[in-house]
Write a protein that binds this ligand. Structure first.
Ligand code: 2RA
Length: 349
């Protein structure tokens, strides 16, 4: 029989994208049950062309379920994924609660699908969207050249901070439209009364902050990029420095990456590797004005790589610009792909 799937957090920003993805991919699921907070219970949502009533999160909601995807805040996952797992459900979790737990695999199917089979806690973690944006491309380059070091600057979209982030940016756009604001130091702060989840006005601005403050001035988002890249690529000593920046884009994260390898690289071979890499589109012809931008990429499944250059000063280093839809490959799509890996395993078992 086909395994039964639960989508926990079905009404959130990622959950909404998830229902669209489940409706358009090959259908490997029996029942798809939609679960959300009691506040959203009773709502009807469409998945696979059918209306399904949302049920409230409870232990019984997992009865008869084989695989449950969690797109909920860390604390909700921390509480409920183990409850589901204790009932024999395989939990695929898109929160930060379990990513660095050594008994929980952190999976990008194009890179380390086999890791999904070893899950002592019955939980598989989905990486953070910023890390995910660069993993497919970097894993392909790593297998040829041997990755040593990453220096990353992110350009992250408002929807990474969920619906409140999108709402705040849209409100701020309305507040500045038609005004001359943005030409004098601090004038944005005088006009924008609500920064939403961001620590400064986002419209007409760039905000070098995502997540919470950790030791020595690093943000949680920057540490995620470092720690998760190491775990996914199986490179515990990989040197990683990230600076995470929010920009006024609704959806699609971008990363400027400086990657240093063990061996010398060439631009042409690196482009060839990226062209052949699963889940990657090489879009790199600056002469014709072709390079990925967040707005061209939003709503698509692959990660898009352009501006591929060999460092002028280091023949072992490449510079790249990568864009990926943070709600799709950065969240819902990768979670769905992991769940499909598990479904294939359960179906052939
Ligand atoms: C962000 N990476 O963009 C986070 C969301 N998971 O804020």
């Amino acid at each position: 029989r086909k395994p039964n799937l639960a989508v926990v957090g079905a009404t959130g920003a990622v959950g909404t994208v998830m229902l669209g993805i489940l409706s358009s991919r090959e259908d490997v699921w029996g029942e798809i049950r939609l679960i959300a907070s009691p506040r959203s219970a009773g709502r009807k949502l469409t998945v696979r062309g059918e209306e399904v009533e949302v049920v409230a999160l409870s232990e019984e909601a997992f009865d008869g379920i084989d695989v449950a995807m969690f797109d909920v805040p860390d604390e909700v996952s921390a509480q409920w994924a183990p409850i589901a797992a204790a009932k024999g459900v395989i939990a695929v979790d898109n929160s930060g609660a379990f990513r660095m737990d050594e008994d929980v695999p952190l999976v990008v199917p194009e890179v380390n699908a086999a890791a999904a089979r070893i899950r002592p806690r019955g939980i598989i973690a989905n990486p953070n969207c910023t890390t995910l944006t660069m993993m497919n491309g970097l894993a392909a380059l790593h297998s040829e050249y041997g990755l040593k070091e990453l220096v990353v600057a992110s350009y992250q979209a408002a929807s990474g901070a969920g619906q409140p982030g999108v709402d705040a940016l849209r409100d701020q756009i309305k507040q500045v439209a038609g005004t001359g604001v943005g030409e004098m130091a601090g004038d944005l702060r005088a006009v924008i009364t609500d920064n939403g989840p961001f620590p400064a006005p986002l419209v007409l601005n760039a905000v070098p902050w995502a997540g919470s403050l950790k030791e020595d001035g690093w943000s949680s988002e920057e540490l995620k990029v470092r720690n998760e890249s190491r775990k996914i690529l199986g490179l515990p000593d990989l040197k990683v420095s990230a600076t995470c920046v929010r920009i006024p884009v609704i959806t699609t994260h971008s990363l400027a990456v400086h990657a240093v390898f063990e061996r010398e690289v060439t631009q042409a071979r690196a482009q060839e590797i990226l062209r052949d890499a699963p889940g990657v589109v090489l879009y790199d012809n600056p002469e014709a004005g072709e390079f990925p931008t967040p707005n061209d990429v939003v709503g698509t499944d692959p990660t898009w790589v352009g501006r591929v250059r060999r460092s002028i000063d280091d023949p072992t280093a490449l510079d790249l610009f990568i864009c990926g839809d943070n709600l799709r490959k950065g969240a819902a799509l990768n979670t769905a792909q992991i769940a499909e890996v598990v479904a294939a395993e359960l179906t052939t078992a």
